[in-house]
Write a protein that binds this ligand. Sequence first.
Ligand code: GUN
Length: 346
Amino acid sequence: MAFSCQRQAAAGRAAPRTSSRRVAAVPRPVVLAAAAAAPAAPAPTPVPPSKLIDGKAIAETIRSEIATEVAAMKQQYGLTPGLAVVLVGSRKDSETYVRSKKKACAEVGFDSYGTDLPADVSEEELLKVVEAYNADPRVHGILVQLPLPKHISEKRILDAISIEKDVDGFHPLNMGCLAMRGREPLFVPCTPKGCIELLERMNVPIAGRKACVIGRSNIVGMPAALLLQRRDATVTMVHSKTPDAARICSEADIVIAACGVAEMVKGDWIKPGAVVIDVGINAKDDPTAKKGYRLVGDVEFDGAAARASLITPVPGGVGPMTIAMLLQNTLESARRAAKGEAAPAH
Ligand code: GUN
């Protein structure tokens, strides 16, 4: 079988910092003639910096906090946190994310271990790789980059990751604990955890507020709604079959948009003064941009920013937080190992 399993060197290659999903790797063709004929759009009013939630700066602060703790952990326990990242196939977006994750590990002093498997690898071979990492004491976190090729059962693979090393928080036991009152998951999925961290670091009150989560994916929407609910928000989830999504959203004090549709959430969906967290990263044709496209979120930024009290930009909002939370989860796992802690009772 053709796969490599190697410990990553400390230096990573330069890679985009974005960590979120759905970036179209290849720009679609742009119809220049149509663009030229269109009347020039009025320039949007600049958004005051005080309204912007700077995810990049917040993520950098968290990463430096992590680096400090890693240095102390090495001194005190002689232990280096280790993250194993498994990539199947050669999707460009997945390759970019995996590179960014390994680079982030090196920057905070973690060891990272990488296994790259061909797209036609069997489910059994992939399971063997996961099981080897489950048994490896140097590895405190295991991440299998999604999506997997169609012939592999994502469910079977995610179920095979030891819950003590499930730093993605995707194992059904971790997800189940997240959903239950009185239970604590060992890990919370990184992107929604990053959304809540942004709200908390910006001192946005959550308890008693109305929140609307747009999208119900296992990776973002569903755990985001559970996290908000655990913090005593009144949460409504809006999805593709929801009638009157705009009205429901316009009643929310906090909006988390994670539907994967470029600029679906319009300015008039936002209640004046609401806080908007935009998880989306989508490529949109833009003949004025060097690459022929630019990145936009799931929220129509200018319209929403005009009404919101706080809003995340795209890029530079939620994206950098996902990797920071992955590092935080891996550190937490290493901390438990250093202290010889058994997994907490669920
Ligand atoms: N693919 C897109 N986002 C994620 C993520 O957060 N974790 C994993 N494992 N795969 C992804």
